[in-house]
Structures are given as structure tokens and as C-alpha cells.
Design a protein around this ligand. Sequence first.
Ligand code: SF4
Length: 361
Amino acid sequence: MYQHPFKRHQTKEVSVGGVIIGGDNPIRVQSMTTTDTFDVDGTVAQIKRLEEAGCELVRVTVPKPEDAAALGEIRKRIGIPLICDIHFDYKMALAALDQPVDKIRINPGNIGGYDRFRQVIRKAKERGLPMRIGVNAGSLEKELVEKYGFPCPPAMVESALRYIEIAESEGYDQMIVSLKSSDVMTAVEAYRLYAKQGSYPTHLGITEAGKPPYAIVKSAAGLSPLLIDGIGDTIRISLLGDPVPEIQAAFDILQATGRRIRRPELIACPTCGRLAIDLEKIVAELEQRLAGRQTAVKISVLGCVVNGPGEAKEADIGIAAGNGKGVIFRNGEIVRHVVEAEMVDALLEEVDLWEKTHGDQ
Ligand code: SF4
């Protein structure tokens, strides 16, 4: 049988508060709070909502000493690893590393030079904490922008590799790398270029993607080619506003690219003049009644005989509909005939059976 030639970029494993990033581990979904970090109650409440949505790692900004001071209390009250995000002030990085955090993210282009970077690395090493080297096209070192003329992918990768080399010279190897840009082509090229040379895990994202729904489409346009190339060990979908919808968007992109399946995949046609059943109603009911199931099963529900039987045979469970009735397929074999009113119940019975025989995959 044909097999997709998928190969995951081989990366080292890095533990972030017990969640392993890289290697063959699942691609982890993360987000970032929008609250003032020193507002412990507000920050914890937002993280709890992110956790409920499925967020696996959370990042908070630490621009001031009072934010650093709040980290311990926040971490005590949440159930996922806490990452502190530092820009500009290496002293804030050092202060945050004094707190019980699980990882630090710094932007090497704006941390104040190599010497300050080394001080942060030494402290992270001493604390046994991982670090994300978060290169961003918008804040690349001046020197590299001058060398390349603009913040292009080779400049971004050179920046990342340069800081990796410095960290390694300090005997530090707990790194995760990101090469974000608000421009899709720049980000895709930068991550591809890095994957040819680097073996630290990557955190993927299209930065400043803007407002949903366009921001989700833009993120999917940038992340999907990389995920399909096997690149990416954690992802964040940057959406303007409440961060909670970022989680569903991230899992949807992972699901659509086949990188991490967390719910049944419903294949439904757009409908047209040949429609032989009320497909919209059937799919809406199916979606509602399948909500919360994590089974990796492909269910095909098409509206007529044009593609219905072909798709139904290819799916794990499928229905080929025609004139108010349908034929149900399981693993490509016909298992029963149903009328339209029985379709949803019959498909759900098939899903139950699938779960019993395949487990909750
Ligand atoms: Fe139209 Fe049938 Fe195709 Fe659905 S499967 S879009 S109803 S031709």
C-alpha cells in the first residue's frame, strides 16, 4: 500500500517541566497570556482557561521586577509548565531565573549583546532550565541586518546558530529554537534552512498574524508546509485578543496536517445540486454528538453517489448516500443499509464499535 514519504526532522529531546519537546514526542501546543503577569489572580484565571482548552505549555511576559516576583505563586496554582518571556533586559532574565519557572524564552537580538547572553545562559545552566532562542525577523541584530541588507531567512538562521554556538561553548544544550516572522515565506524558508543545519527542537509560529479568522488561515499557510516537512516540535498560533481560541486553532492545524490527531476526522462534501440527503443537518448532528471524543477515526459523509462510495470505502467508516438512504462502509466493506433518519445513530454505533476494537488512539 502507498505510504506518504513523511520523515520528521530529527531533534534532541528537551524537557520543559516534565513535558518532553522534540524527538518523536507529540508536537506540543502552547500559548501566551495577555494579562499583566503581576496580576496573579487574572493571570492564573486565564491560564486555567487555556489549560481547559488543551494548552500544554504557557508563557507569560516578565518586563518588570513585580512580574518576576509573581512567577512562583502563578506556577503553584497552575497545572502546566510555566515559561517566562524576556525582552531587552538581561537583568529581568536573571531575576526570572531565580523564580521556580520551567523555561525561559529570550530574544537574542535584543538582550544586549553576547556577554549578557552568556550570563543568562550560565544562570539557566546552573538552574538546569531549558531556554528558547527566539529569533524574530523584526528584532534581528543590526549587524546581521546590515550584512544581508534586510532580515532575510539566512540572516535569521545565522543569528540562531551564532547564539547556539555561544551557548554550547558554555556547555549548555537545553535549547529550543524559533525563527518567527510575520511574513509566511520568510518564516517557512528560515525554519527549512535551520532544519538542514540544526538539531535543537523548533517552536513554530507566524508572529503577529493578526485577527482571526484571517490570522488562523495565515498561520495555517505558514505552519502546514513545515509540519508536512516534519519540522516543528511545539507550535503557537498568535491571535489578536483572547488567547484561548489559539488552542483550538493549533490543534486544528495539527489535525489537518495529520501531525497530531485528537478527534474524529469528518469528511463531508460542500454539497451541490446533486445532493440526495440533508447533509448539513446530518453533519451538524454528528459533530455535536462526537464532541469530546478523541478517537482517531476517519468518517466520510458525502451527499450523493458521485464521490460517496469511493470516499466511504477509503475512510474507516463511511456512508454513501442516495435518495434518502445510504450504505454504510467499515474498512471499505459494506456493513449495513440505512434510511436517512437512521444515518447519524448508525454512524455513531459504528464509531462505538471502532473505539472498542481500536481503543482510544
Ligand atoms: Fe455534490 Fe455529490 Fe459531490 Fe456532494 S458528493 S458535492 S452532493 S456531487
